[in-house]
Design a protein around this ligand. Sequence first.
Ligand SMILES: [Fe+2]
Length: 483
Amino acid sequence: MTEVQLDPETLRAIIARELTGARQRTALLTDSVEEADLVRQHSPLMSPLVWDLAHIANQEELWLLREVGGREPMHPEIDPLYDAFEHPRSERPTLPLLPPAEARAYGHEVRGRVLDLLDRAPFSGTRLLGDGFAFGMIAQHEVQHDETMLITHQIRAGAPVLAARAPDPAPADAFRLPSEVLVPGGPFTMGTSTEPWALDNERPAHTVQVAPFYLDTTPVTCGSYAQFIDDGGYDDPRWWIAAGWEHRQSAGLTAPLYWRSEGPQWTRRVFGRQEPIVPNEPVLHVSWYEADAYARWAGRRLPTEAEWEKAARFDPATGLTRRYPWGNADPDTSHANLGQAFLRPAPAGSYPAGAAPCGARQLIGDVWEWTSSDFSPYPGFEAWPYKEYSEVFFGPECKVMRGGSFAVSPVVSRGTFRNWDYPIRRQIFAGFRTARSAVAETALCAATWPTSGRPPRCARCSSTRRTACTGRPGRRAGSDTGR
Ligand SMILES: [Fe+2]
C-alpha cells in the first residue's frame, strides 16, 4: 500500500491482490494438516486451526458485508463462537465450532460476496470506505492470523508438513559490519497520519525527542545468545528484573523455547525437524524477560520503541521520516524476509538493500523485536474502528515489539506497525537487538567487535562484551547494574 492517492481501479487491484494472497496462505496452512490436526488444540495458548479459519471469515463478513455492504448476517448464531473477546483461546476447543468442511465453505462464500462488493465499492462516502481502509484492515487481519496459525504449526507435534527453502547465506560484508550503529539525537516524526491502512495505535504522527544512542546492527544471534547461556546467564539474578527472575524460576527457563542441549551442542525443533542451532541466525522464541536479561548481561539494554522507530525510519540527510528503513517503496524480496517465503530468519547481516540510513539491517522482517516500552497510546490517540483492537491492551502489562517477522506479510510490515504481548510469551516469532546510550562514547571498550564468532578482549578492562569500558582490568563490565 502506498501513501500516494490511488485511482479506484488501482486500489481495487491492490485490495484483490492482498485478499487473495492472504487466502492462499490460509489455505496452505490449513490444507497441509489432517482434519484431526485442524480441530485439535495444540497448546492452550493457541486456538484450534479450524477456529482461526472460521474466525477469519466471520470478521470479513462482519466488517465488509455487514458494516460496509449493509447486508444481513449470514449465520448470526455463530457470531459469539468466533468473537475473540467472548472466549479466550483456552476455551475455544470446547465450543461447538464449525467442522473443517463447513468452515471452509463459509469462508469461500463470504469471500465470493466480498469480491462482488469490491467490484462496485466507491472508496469514499464513509471513513471505513475511504482509501479502501476496511478492505485493508481485513487483509491485515487475515495475514496476522496466518502468522498465528504458523505459530500453531511450530507448536504442533508430529511429522513435518511444511517446507521452504533456506534463506540465502549472509552476504560477504556481513562479517565485517560494525556490531553497532550510531543513531543521532534530536527530534523525529513517530507514527503516521498519512499511511492509509495504518491501524489506530499507529496514529497520529507526532514529534518525539530521542537522545543519541547506539543500536546493534543486526538482531542478536543464536551464537551470541548461547554465550549468555554458557556464561550462566540463566542462573545469575543480577541480569534479571525481579518479575523476570521469579518467572525464570517458576517456569524453569534455561534456554529459548524449542532449544535442547545435546552434549556441547544446542539443537532446536523447527516445524517438526530437530536441527543444530545456526550460530549466525537471529535468535527466536525468547520472552521479553530473557531478552532484557541478555541485554543487561551484555552491559546494554533493550531499545525504547521510539529509539527503534527512529533507527528504522529517520533519515538524517533529509531530516524526514521514511515509511521503511530503505525508503518509501513497498517491501520486495530484496529488502526483507517477510511473508513466510522462508520458514526461518535469514542470517544476521542479510538484506543490505533493506538497511536503514543509520546502517542497521533487518529492522523489518526476520524476527519481531522486543522493545523496553509498554504498549501505550500516542498523544491524540483515537480508538477506531473498534476499542478492542488496541485500547483494551494499553498499559504496563504488554511490551511492544516492532519490525515484523519472517511470518508476516508485507501488508503489515510498515515502519509504524506496532505489535505487543505479555513479557512471558515465547511461542511468538520474537527476538531482539540491544542498545546503549551514546553519552559515554569515549568510555567504549577498546576493541572492534564482530557480529559473530568469539569476541576479543578489551585492552583496558579485558571484557569480552560490547559494553561501556570499566577501565579496570579483570572487572566485568556490566556488573554494576545492581542486579
Ligand atoms: Fe482475529
